[in-house]
Design a binder for this molecule. Sequence first.
Ligand code: ZN
Ligand code: ZN
Length: 122
Amino acid sequence: MADSDKLDRIVADARRAALERGQGYREQALKIYPWVCGRCGREFTRANLRELTVHHRDHDHDNNPPDGSNWELLCLYCHDNEHQRQLEALSGGGGGADASGRATHSPFADLKSMLARGKPPK
Ligand SMILES: [Zn+2]
Ligand SMILES: [Zn+2]
């Protein structure tokens, strides 16, 4: 019995570690920052916390310093807005977002953040 308990715990630990690699920075950011959107000032509680997201100031999701200096808490709307602006800046205001994105980005960096986020970028 003790052996299978131990095994269960190892499996659970491994699973949690895998989850933390993807979500750890969000947990961490929510620990060190107040639950308030950095743009519109909307306040969050446990009930609507999933609408509060972690934005990476330099837009590099692999850059996660433990002091939180690359993170900003934004509500879904402001976060969307922030990335919209970034896309517009990258594409120079018109059309070829795809082509210019590829020119200024390493394709591997994109792949990495895609894998880390578990969904393809818009
Ligand atoms: Zn907001
Ligand atoms: Zn962001």
